[in-house]
Design a protein around this ligand. Structure first.
Ligand SMILES: NC(=O)C1=CN([C@@H]2O[C@H](COP(=O)(O)OP(=O)(O)OC[C@H]3O[C@@H](n4cnc5c(N)ncnc54)[C@H](O)[C@@H]3O)[C@@H](O)[C@H]2O)C=CC1
Ligand SMILES: O=C(O)C1=N[C@H](C(=O)O)C[C@H](O)C1
Length: 265
C-alpha cells in the first residue's frame, strides 16, 4: 500500500491536543486585551478562558488551561498565582508589585508542586530587557546614576516595576564594583524632588498623557554622560516576550524572575 504526504498528517483531534491551552487573567484590561489577541493569533496556542474582575477564577481550571497569563493588579495577583499553583497551572505573570518577600512566598508555594512553573517578569519588552542588561554593564564605570521612567497616566503604581528592577540591578553592580554613593550635595529640597530612593539609586516617575512605557538610565562621570533609553510606543511590544514565556514555562518548573534566561541572556 502506498502512502501520501497527507496520510502522515495528524488527525484534527490530535493536532488540537498539541495546542497549549491558555487562560488570561485581566483579560479586559489594556495588556489583557493585547494578550488575548496575541494568543488568538498564535498557531500553537489556544485561548480557553478570559477572566476579569468579578468573573469566576475557577473558569481557567474548568476550561483546562495549562498556562495562565496574569496582567491584573498588584493587590490581586498573589491570590491568582496561589490558585494556579494549587490547580497545577503554569503562570506567566506581568503584573507588577513584587518585592523579595512576595517572590519568596511564591517560591514556597511551589515547593510541594515541583512540576509547576511560574515566571514573573516586570517587563516582557525585548528592548526594555536589553536596557536593563546594558545599564547593569555600564553601572560600574560611572560615579553617578539616576533613572527616569515615563508612563501613561492610568498607571496605578510608581515607580514602575521595571524601574525598580533596573535600580536594584544597577545598585548591585555598583556594590560589586565597590563604588560609593552617587555624589549629591542636596540639603534643601521639596519632598519627592530627588525621586524615590531604590537601594541608593534615585528613581523619578513621570505620568503623561500620550505616553505608553518609557525609561531612561542616566549615567554620569567627569566630562561625559551616557543615556540609555527605551520606548514602548505600543503594547504590541510586549507580546513576543509574553508568547515566548507561555511556550517556555511549560518546561521550566519552579520560579523564574524575568525572561532573560528564556532569551539566552
Ligand atoms: N511585565 C510587563 O511587560 C508589563 C506589565 N504591566 C503591568 O501589568 C499590570 C496591568 O496593567 P494594565 O493592563 O495596563 O492595567 P489595566 O488596569 O488596564 O488592567 C488590569 C485588568 O485586571 C482586571 N482585574 C482586576 N482585578 C482582577 C481579578 N481579581 N481577576 C481578574 N482580573 C482582574 C481589571 O478589571 C483590569 O481589566 C500592571 O501591574 C502593569 O504595571 C503592564 C505592561 C507591561
Ligand atoms: O503599567 C504599565 O504600563 C507598565 N508596567 C510595567 C512596569 O511597571 O514596569 C512594564 C511597563 O513599564 C509598562
Amino acid at each position: 500500500m502506498t502512502t501520501s504526504a497527507t496520510d502522515h498528517q495528524p488527525a484534527p483531534a490530535a493536532r488540537e491536543s498539541a495546542l497549549i491551552p491558555v487562560g488570561v487573567l485581566g483579560a479586559r484590561g489594556r495588556m489583557g486585551t493585547e494578550v488575548v489577541k496575541a494568543v488568538n493569533d498564535a498557531e500553537d496556542l489556544e485561548l480557553v478562558a478570559m477572566v476579569d474582575d468579578g468573573d469566576w477564577l475557577f473558569n481557567v481550571a474548568d476550561a483546562g488551561a495549562q498556562v495562565v497569563v496574569d496582567f491584573t493588579r498588584p493587590d490581586v495577583v498573589m491570590d491568582n498565582i496561589r490558585f494556579c499553583i494549587d490547580n497545577n497551572i503554569h503562570c506567566v505573570v506581568g503584573t507588577t508589585g513584587f518585592d523579595e518577600a512576595r517572590l519568596a512566598t511564591v517560591a514556597e508555594w511551589l515547593e510541594p508542586k515541583p512540576e509547576v512553573g511560574v515566571v514573573i517578569a516586570p517587563n516582557f519588552g525585548i528592548g526594555a530587557i536589553l536596557l536593563m542588561r546594558f545599564a547593569q554593564e555600564a553601572a560600574r564605570f560611572f560615579p553617578s546614576v539616576e533613572i527616569v521612567e515615563l508612563h501613561h497616566p492610568d498607571k496605578v503604581d510608581a515607580p514602575s516595576g521595571t524601574a525598580v528592577r533596573t535600580a536594584r540591578l544597577v545598585a548591585s553592580a555598583r556594590r560589586a564594583a565597590g563604588l560609593p554613593a552617587s555624589p549629591d550635595a542636596t540639603t534643601d529640597s521639596l519632598p519627592g524632588a530627588r525621586g524615590a530612593d531604590v537601594e541608593g539609586v534615585p528613581v523619578h516617575a513621570v505620568r503623561l498623557t500620550g505616553l505608553v512605557a518609557h525609561q531612561e538610565v542616566l549615567l554620569g562621570a567627569a566630562g561625559e554622560s551616557l543615556t540609555l533609553r527605551h520606548d514602548s510606543y505600543d503594547r504590541a511590544s510586549f507580546m513576543p516576550g509574553v508568547l515566548l514565556a507561555v511556550r517556555e514555562i511549560t518546561r521550566r518548573p519552579g520560579l523564574t524572575v524575568g525572561i532573560e534566561s528564556f532569551l539566552g541572556l
